[in-house]
Every structure is written in C-alpha cells, then in structure tokens.
Design a protein around this ligand. Structure first.
Ligand SMILES: [Zn+2]
Ligand SMILES: [Zn+2]
Length: 342
C-alpha cells in the first residue's frame, strides 16, 4: 500500500474544532502504533507571504500516514466505525450536531474515501450522529438476507468463527441472494456465480462495479479455500469485506424502506414524495437558463448523495430530496415540524 496523503480544506469557522478532531485521531492512532501526521502546509515563500497565508481561508490541512502503517490505519478507521468511536468522541464536544456536520463527517468521509472503494455518505452521517441507534448491534435489518448477514457478521466480530468460515457463510448467503433476485426457479441448474453477478448488474440489482467486485471477491476467496486449502485470509482483508458488505446490506435495507414510503405528511397534509429526477418541478427559486437540460443530464446518473436512480425515491437523510409541500430542501425546511412522523 502507498502512503496516505490527504489534503483537507478547513474554513475559518470550523478551524478550532477541526484541529481538535484531528488531534483526537492522531492520539487514538498512536495507541495503535500508527503515525498520523497533521500539518498545515504553507508553500515555501518569503516570510511575509507566509504570514499572509496564515490568514487565508479556507486553509489546507495535510493528513498523512506512512506506507508501513497504511494497513493498520485501514483497520483503525474500520474499528472507529465498528466501536462507534466517532459518536463517543462527539459526546464529549459542545455543539455536537454542528461539529458532527461541519467537521467530523466531512473529514472522516474524506479519509474513508481514500481507503475504501465504496462509501455511503448518508449512512456515515447517521452513524456519526446516531451512534446509539445500535445500528452495528444486532437486529436492525428488516430484510432477510441482511438479517442473516448480520448474524454472521456478529459471530465473526466476536471471533466465534474464523475469517474463512465467515467468508464461506457469506458466499452461501450471497449465492442465495442473487438467485432470489434473479427469480431463479428452484431445481433448475444455477449458472456460475460471476455470471449471475453480471446479470444482476445489467438488471440494476447490483448497481455499482465495486459491489459486483466485492461479491465476486468473496466467491473467489471461498473457492480458493475449497480447492487449495488456502484458508488463511488476512484479518485486514476480511475486515474490509465485512464492513463494506455491512454497509451494502444496510444501504439495501434503507433503499427498500425508502421505496415503500411513498407519501409523507407535511404541515398536516399528505403528499406524494418527490422522486429523483422530478426535482426540477419543485424548486423554490427561479430556474436558471439551461438548468433544465443540465439537470436531466445529471439525473440520468445516480443521485449523488444516496445513489438511487431516476424515478426512485430518495433514501432517508438524502440531502437532494425536495419537500413536496414548500419545494425547499426536504431535510432543511420547516414543514416537518407538524409532521406526525408517519
Ligand atoms: Zn438521493
Ligand atoms: Zn417544506
């Protein structure tokens, strides 16, 4: 792995909280024998110009981890999430929600993005803000595959099963999952796993290349173990897979919940929720020239925040969703005050 080197732009407003959070990360990392360096970089210029740069906002802060510590750092980030370390950190600061939103979330998301191929911003936001939701504890999934996955995940986390046993269990589970999604008839011979995964991609069931890769990776680790008795899978690799799949099933659960929730009560009245792609009809400001065409182009791809595709309903907590009552941002408008919380 290469050394990690991330530059984070910090506004004047969040400077102190950002420094405090990075300091917390640095100290916590040191307990894991990881050298995390935090520095403010000023280009080499004259002393006067340096002085000027100190007052320039936003300011760049550089976070780096040497390559020898990269793998441990990877695990460290995962552990912080698993143990709800960010949530507990936030319990110790004042203006918790504000710091969560403007400091902890953006910084951590940036670090995750440099370590994981797939991240789910809206989930992370919730984990950080509602750590006590017990979302990484037992019994949160509604959908059956998610529930089964969670059981495996907990057993592995508690070291009740080995990494390979976990992979084997997950492979069985994913196999059943794709067969079910593709409405495969019982008794028919099942196609090769990676073929089915490809088919799920074409049918918009497994939407991202990364998730299809992850499914295939689990399957190849399992078969490798079967044929060549290579059952020693490094902990860091199992951990990456475990967490990414956890996010995936959590995402899927949220996705189904969101599609089921077709209406919402705002200011005492029931409305149909605004679907992704229809936002243009619900803007509370005049549409700038050329914006409609641009929006159509943008919304032909997945929602930048929650990942749904055109015509679907946004996930809970998505910052793109419009309010059907006032046309403002669903997350930010005032209409929910009288929402009966349906
Ligand atoms: Zn969305
Ligand atoms: Zn509203």
């Amino acid at each position: 792995m290469l050394a990690l080197d991330v530059t984070i732009a910090i506004s004047e407003h969040s400077y102190q909280s950002a420094k405090a959070f990075l300091d917390f990360l640095r100290r916590a990392a040191r307990k894991h024998s990881i050298t995390l360096s935090v520095s403010e970089q000023f280009p080499v210029v004259s002393a006067d110009a340096q002085e000027m740069l100190r007052f320039k906002w936003p300011r760049d802060i550089n976070v780096s981890v040497p390559d020898k510590d990269r793998e441990s750092f990877d695990l460290f980030l995962q552990e912080l999430l698993l143990n709800q370390g960010l949530y507990y950190y936030l319990c110790t600061v004042s203006h918790r929600r504000e710091v969560a939103k403007s400091v902890v979330y953006p910084i951590f998301q940036q670090l995750l993005e440099s370590n994981f191929k797939v991240t789910y911003p809206s989930l992370l936001r919730r984990h950080i803000l509602e750590g006590s939701r017990e979302s990484l504890m037992a019994g949160q999934f509604v959908e059956e595959t998610g529930q089964e996955y969670e059981a495996l995940f907990q057993q592995w986390k508690l070291r009740m099963i080995s990494g390979y046993e976990f992979i084997r269990g997950v492979d069985d589970l994913l196999n059943g999952f794709v067969l079910l999604q593709l409405e495969h008839k019982k008794g028919d011979p099942s196609p090769k796993f990676n073929r089915m995964v490809g088919e799920c991609g074409r049918k918009d069931i497994l939407r991202t290349k990364e998730i299809r890769k992850l499914f295939n990776l689990v399957h190849s680790l399992r078969t490798r173990g079967l044929h060549r008795l290579e059952r020693e899978i490094p902990d860091s690799e199992v951990s990456q897979i475990a967490l990414q799949l956890y996010w995936y099933f959590e995402y899927l659960d949220d996705y189904w919940k969101a599609q089921d929730r077709k209406t919402v009560i705002r200011r005492g009245k029931r409305y149909r929720r605004v679907r992704y792609g229809d936002e243009i009809r619900y803007l509370n400001f005049p549409i700038p020239e050329g914006y409609q065409a641009e929006w159509e182009k943008i919304s032909s791809g997945p929602c930048g925040d929650c990942g749904v595709i055109s015509g679907e309903l946004h996930l809970d907590g998505c910052d793109m969703e419009r309010c059907p009552c006032c046309s403002g941002q669903y997350l930010g408008c005032e209409c929910a005050v009288e929402d009966s919380g349906e």
